[in-house]
Each structure stands twice: as structure tokens, then as C-alpha cells.
Design a protein around this ligand. Structure first.
Ligand SMILES: NC(=O)c1ccc[n+]([C@@H]2O[C@H](COP(=O)([O-])OP(=O)(O)OC[C@H]3O[C@@H](n4cnc5c(N)ncnc54)[C@H](O)[C@@H]3O)[C@@H](O)[C@H]2O)c1
Length: 332
């Protein structure tokens, strides 16, 4: 897909895992890109040539206004605190970035008449047992005394904010809900990144609670493709889309595949989350997207087979010693 040159995009969270892939893709497409991220570009990553970098916090409206200037066509709002370890460590920050930060982004976009795409999550569906989930299916969440729900709940509230701005001000908004994105550059705190990190560092592959849980793992290139389409296709305005692979794998299968692809004799270590993360931790059994809407309205579906995505991730990891040297911080 090509888009006209000189379109201007702002990517909040453009220094993060998905954000870096998105920024690269937008630059390739000829966009002038501004990143707003509270990470500094020198924090282990150099953005592509020509990208304007605003170090700032989406919770501060002045920082958002510095990034989202007049002439901006589209704001991709990715800034968020991500990862189960983080939800448990600082739920207040999780909520504040998702709610207050999103409100600031919407207000800035309204001022300059830019389109907004927000990245949301399969976690908005919570633990609804009726999979696959269509976009308008119910959210089934746990108790507010369980910190892990702060993320899905505040993302859902941010989604409500987008729809409310669309309703009141006719702001053109779209939402993409990722289902377990993975790929090169992800912090080693998630299912794939952590297992790859462990395998290549010669450590056993940790599998939680027997590994019967399933995930629909989505290669980051496919997630970025859907995100760009959500910011360009007329049919995306006012809509939320599930962005995920339809291929369901158990965590144990993913560990086995990674073990086979790294071609080492990597042992598997079974861990009980009740002991390691505390009794209040809740994992989700199955998360499966119904992606018919994205196919119908955007012509998008996941195209990268799991094995291919894992092989690309492993090849990147092998050639990136600084990533291999990171500390494994992940809870799950
Ligand atoms: N990776 C996934 O599997 C996944 C799944 C569902 C949804 N998402 C969503 O996709 C988006 C990107 O996720 P990711 O995996 O790249 O996460 P990430 O943690 O790698 O990137 C998030 C970026 O946001 C920045 N950020 C955090 N708080 C900020 C603030 N207050 N102000 C400015 N910048 C801030 C961080 O510095 C980081 O660079 C997030 O909105 C996330 O909720 C990701």
C-alpha cells in the first residue's frame, strides 16, 4: 500500500516495541513523523533519519501540544504502560496514562483536526469465555481489587473516550485491539520474547501452570499493517478492529516450537503462578479474535505464520547482543 507523500503523523509511544516498527513503516511510506515518548531516543534505540523526537509525557498536555502541531494528519496513540509486571507494580500510572494521556491526545487532535488511531488490547474482553470475540462482544472483567484488570479497564475507558469525542465533536477516530503482538525488539517480559531470550541465553524455558493456556500470537509486521490501514482507510473511521492471528497455540506448543527453532537442547521448567506471582494473579485461558470485520472493512488479515514470525524474531535476537544482555524482567 502507498499513501501520498508529505503526510504528517505523530506516534505517541513511538520509542516502544510496536511504535518503532510503526515509525519505520510510516517513514518508508513517505510520512513526516514526530514521536512523543517519555523514553529518550538514546535509550538503546536510534530512530530513523528525519524523525522529530519529542521527549515528553502524554499526561502533560503541554508535551502533547509540542508534538501534535497544526498540519498533523494522523495521530497514532500507542503510549501506554504495558506488561503484566507493570500493571501489578504501578496500577495508578497504568490508569493515568491510559485515561488522562488519551484525553490529552484527543484534545490536541481536535485542535489541529487530525485523525486518531488508538492501540487497544484483547484485554478489554477480559475473561469472556465465549471465544472467538467479535468487536462488540461483552467485556467480562474481574474484581477491581485485582490490579491486573487496571490495564484492560482503563484501555476500555480510553476507547469510550474516543467514541465520545467522535460523538460530540465528529473527531475521526479508530481503534485497533492487538492480540499478543510479538517480534524483534520486544522487551523480554512477554511470552515469546521471554522464551526466546531464555533459550538464547541457555536458560530453561519457563512455562506457567502446565502451559495449557492458549494465545493467538500476532507478528508485529501484521499488527503494524492493520494500524496503518486504520489511519488511512475511510472505512476505518468510527470503528474498532480486532487485530490478531486466528491461529491458536498453547503456551506449551509455543515453548516447544521456540526450543526446536533455536536448535539447542533447551529444557522446560514448569512454574506455578500461584506461588510465583501471588494468589491475586489471574491468567486468561483463551483469547481468540474474530477478525472478520478487519477483513471486510480493511482487507486485512494476519499473513505471517507463527513459525516464520518466530524465526524472524530469533534471527534478530541472535544478532542483537544488547537485547540478549537485558535482564529478564517479565512476570509472565
Ligand atoms: N505488545 C502487545 O502485545 C500489545 C498487545 C495489546 C495492546 N498493545 C498496545 O500497543 C501499544 C504499544 O505497546 P508496546 O508493546 O509497543 O509497548 P512498549 O512498552 O514497548 O511501548 C510503549 C511506549 O510508550 C511509552 N510511554 C509509556 N508511558 C508514556 C507516557 N506517559 N508518555 C509518553 N510515552 C509513554 C514508553 O516509553 C514506550 O516507549 C500500547 O498502547 C499497548 O497497550 C500491545
Amino acid at each position: 500500500m502507498t499513501v501520498s507523500a508529505h503526510r504528517r503523523a505523530v506516534v505517541t509511544g513511538g520509542g516502544g516495541f510496536v511504535g518503532r516498527h510503526l515509525v519505520e513503516r510510516l517513514v518508508e511510506e513517505g510520512y513526516e513523523v514526530t514521536v512523543l515518548d517519555h523514553a529518550h531516543p538514546s535509550d538503546g534505540h536510534r530512530p530513523p533519519e528525519g524523525v522529530r523526537w519529542v521527549s515528553g509525557d502524554v499526561r502533560d498536555p503541554r508535551d502533547v501540544a509540542r508534538a501534535v502541531r497544526s498540519g498533523t494528519d494522523v495521530v497514532y496513540h500507542l503510549a501506554a504502560i504495558v506488561g503484566v509486571d507493570q500493571y501489578l507494580a504501578d496500577p495508578l500510572a497504568v490508569i493515568d496514562v491510559n485515561f488522562t494521556g488519551t484525553r490529552h491526545v484527543l484534545e490536541a487532535a481536535l485542535r489541529v483536526e487530525a485523525r486518531v488511531v488508538m492501540t487497544s488490547t484483547s484485554e478489554v474482553f477480559g475473561k469472556n469465555p465465549a471465544v472467538p470475540w467479535a468487536e462488540d462482544d461483552d467485556r467480562v472483567l474481574g474484581s477491581t481489587s485485582t490490579a491486573r484488570w487496571s490495564y484492560g479497564t482503563s484501555k476500555a475507558l480510553a476507547e469510550h473516550l474516543l467514541f465520545a469525542f467522535a460523538d460530540r465533536y465528529e473527531l475521526p477516530v479508530s481503534i485497533v485491539r492487538y492480540f499478543n503482538a510479538f517480534g524483534p525488539g520486544q522487551r523480554p517480559a512477554y511470552l515469546v520474547s521471554r522464551l526466546v531470550h531464555r533459550a538464547l541465553n541457555g536458560r530453561p524455558l519457563t512455562v506457567y501452570d502446565k502451559g495449557h493456556q492458549t494465545r493467538c500470537l500476532t507478528y508485529v509486521g501484521d499488527a503494524v499493517e492493520a494500524t496503518v490501514l486504520a489511519g488511512t482507510a475511510g472505512s476505518a473511521v468510527g470503528e474498532a478492529f480486532n487485530v490478531g492471528s486466528r491461529h491458536e497455540s498453547t503456551v506449551a506448543e509455543v515453548a516447544e516450537l521456540i526450543g526446536a527453532l533455536v536448535e539447542g537442547d533447551v529444557p522446560v521448567l514448569h512454574v506455578d503462578t500461584g506461588t510465583s506471582l501471588g494468589a491475586s494473579y489471574e491468567d486468561l485461558g483463551r483469547r481468540i479474535p474474530d477478525t472478520g470485520k478487519a477483513l471486510r472493512l480493511l482487507g486485512w488479515e494476519c499473513r505471517t505464520p507463527l513459525r516464520e514470525g518466530l524465526a524472524k524474531t530469533i534471527a534478530w535476537a541472535r544478532s542483537t547482543p544488547s537485547w540478549l544482555a537485558l535482564r529478564d524482567t517479565g512476570a509472565v
